[in-house]
Design a protein around this ligand. Structure first.
Ligand code: NDP
Length: 335
């Protein structure tokens, strides 16, 4: 069936300025790491993209290797774009990345100019695009000079294949250096994409401060810690969940697992008192930093996207709520 986006799509979403750039990103963005690949249902993927766009999610995040097989998430996204969203390209911010293993041999991963530029060309072909809005160095390369990796990003922007440059999972010091090199080249670093959630807080130890100083935006990946920060695992592992499908099982006898689930159970009570689900509170919590441009969620069904977007109905935390959350996360709140 042909698709007409909802007229109301810009009514409820907040759009936050990304650093000091001219670009705004939706407070909630959708990543295609899981559930959009060659082994997943294309119809479900399509339903999720449509629902997201109808709710004001303008930003879709990909990478060369998202699959399985690697590349298939970009291919499927390209299909959905051409079927449903071709007329709306200028309303979309599409990102891709390169850094992890993509093809055999010495030029298929890390941060060389050779790999990054070839990979972007492949990504554009897979998605049927002339340009991506943001291209990321997916991870720092300990062996390639940072000048070369940043020079490749600058080249992509100058050649029009990417509009903006970003970095992902760079440490505080690497971020400072990357920002300096890119600035000198005349292509400012738009954005950093780090992992950040109640369970992974490394960016609080200085990175957020560096991003503010350097006027770089921040988009937090895995704000739900891949589903752990929802209420779904409180009563066991559902077969259709990410953990259930992976064939792994949470080891309920393991004390670390028990500790996380016990914390989420307590956090869930705070969420309920705020009139939110656990997932919504986890997203709101990530967005509480003034410098946080967007929370980059994943989803396995359209209802999860609706739930995430509705987190915006309560983004405010009282000091008491924040303290109670800290106490639970620190394990100082025995039941
Ligand atoms: P999340 O932490 O948001 O986890 C998403 C998963 O949580 C969903 O697939 C779903 O899994 C579950 N979930 C979501 N909403 C709900 C809900 N309301 N109730 C219950 N369960 C829910 O993010 P991801 O780990 O998926 O990462 C998001 C994106 O971040 C990726 O797609 C990618 O774009 C980016 N990323 C970037 C990386 C990088 O190195 N730069 C690394 C990793 C991710 P299910 O229903 O299947 O259990």
């Amino acid at each position: 069936m042909s698709y007409l986006p909802a007229d109301t799509r810009y009514d409820a979403m907040r759009y936050n300025r990304c650093g000091r750039s001219g670009l705004k990103l939706p407070a909630i963005s959708l990543g295609l790491w899981y559930n959009f690949s060659g082994v997943d249902s294309l119809e479900n993927a399509r339903a999720m993209i449509r629902r997201a766009f109808d709710l004001g999610i303008t930003h879709f995040d990909l990478a060369n290797n998202y699959g399985p097989p690697p590349g298939s998430a970009e291919e499927n996204f390209g299909r959905i774009l051409s079927q449903d969203l071709a007329a709306y390209r200028d309303e979309l911010v599409i990102s891709s990345k390169a850094g992890y293993w993509m093809w055999p041999g010495p030029y298929g991963e890390w941060g060389s100019r050779k790999y990054l530029i070839a990979s972007l060309d492949q990504s554009l072909k897979r998605m049927g695009l002339e340009y991506v809005d943001i291209f990321y160095s997916h991870r720092p390369d300990p062996e390639t000079p940072l000048e070369e990796t940043m020079g490749a990003l600058d080249h992509m922007v100058r050649s029009g294949k990417a509009l903006y440059a970003g970095i992902s999972s760079y440490s505080l010091e690497q971020t400072r250096q990357a920002a300096q090199i890119l600035r000198a080249l005349g292509t400012p670093c738009l954005i950093h994409q780090p992992k950040y959630s109640m369970l992974h807080r490394w960016i609080e130890d200085g990175l957020l401060g560096v991003l503010a100083e350097e006027d770089i935006g921040c988009i937090a990946f895995s704000p739900l810690s891949q589903g752990l920060l929802t209420d779904k695992y409180l009563r066991g592992v559902p077969a259709d969940s990410r953990i259930g499908k992976s064939g792994e099982q949470l080891d309920w006898g393991d004390s670390a697992t028990q500790a996380i689930v016990a914390k989420v159970r307590q956090l869930n009570e705070i969420a309920q008192a705020r009139g939110q689900t656990m997932a919504q509170m986890a997203i709101a919590w990530v967005l509480r930093h003034p410098g946080m441009t967007s929370a980059l969620i994943g989803a396995s069904r359209p209802a999860q996207i609706e739930e995430a977007v509705a987190a915006q109905q309560n983004l405010h935390f009282t000091d008491e709520e924040l303290q109670a959350i800290e106490a639970i996360l620190a394990g100082n709140n025995p039941q």
